[in-house]
Design a protein around this ligand. Structure first.
Ligand code: TYD
Length: 197
């Protein structure tokens, strides 16, 4: 049987990687799990990370994120065909939210069209929703730098995510809760999907 494709989304500091680790641990008892992320560890993902600290060129970044996704989706397609449960930390909604916030609303249809050409539909997308002030607090505590502009930017990213959640039927989880509560809420949705009790 084809595996299930689960995507975790949310702004920086929402707790996606913590949830991904916890889910992998829990689900591995029942099924083969592959935890993966975008930007991927492929060569386009490497290019994105290399460009990361420079002042972004948002059009170029958009193209690279989608190119990386095309490459990564091909790999995920293989895992799903092998029957594995794939947990992906960020997918097309990251480009829709972050790059629309960078480029402006008028670029949204273009971003949507490009993504539609390369993606496979997730079986479930969980949006970890958090106020950027709290999210950035967590980012700070990981030793990364914070900026007022960054918080304002993430406010717009969050707004874009919430719009998309409604359009594409994502499940929204309040990520200001503790990690255990977030995990339990995620499991409620995933149990149904994987037909686990
Ligand atoms: P990520 O590796 O998830 O960062 P972190 O683990 O530090 O939260 O993603 C790196 C950055 O890339 C993050 O700020 C979000 C951004 N990003 C986009 O802007 N568009 C995209 O399509 C993706 C996948 C990520």
């Amino acid at each position: 049987m084809r595996g299930r494709f689960i995507v975790l989304e949310g702004i920086d500091g929402a707790g996606k990687s913590t949830l991904s680790n916890a889910l992998t641990e829990r689900l591995s008892a029942f099924t083969d799990v592959v935890a993966t992320a975008e930007p991927s560890d492929g060569y386009v993902g490497d290019a994105l990370r290399r460009a990361g600290s420079e002042d972004g060129h948002p059009l170029l970044e958009s193209l690279l994120f989608v190119a990386d996704r095309a490459h990564h989706t091909h790999a995920m397609e293989g895992w799903l065909e092998e029957g594995k449960t794939v947990i992906c930390d960020r997918y097309y909604a990251s480009t829709m939210a972050y790059q629309t916030a960078s480029l402006g609303e008028e670029f949204r249809p273009w971003l949507r069209e490009m993504n539609d050409k390369v993606i496979i539909r997730p079986d479930l997308t969980l949006l970890l929703d958090i106020d950027p002030d709290r999210g950035m607090g967590r980012v700070n505590s990981r030793g990364e730098k914070s900026k007022f502009e960054k918080t304002e930017y993430l406010r717009e990213v969050r707004r874009q995510y919430l719009l998309l959640a409604e359009e594409d039927g994502f499940h929204i989880i309040d990520a200001s809760q503790g990690p255990d509560e977030v995990l339990e809420e995620a499991l409620v949705h995933i149990r149904g999907l994987l037909e686990l009790i």
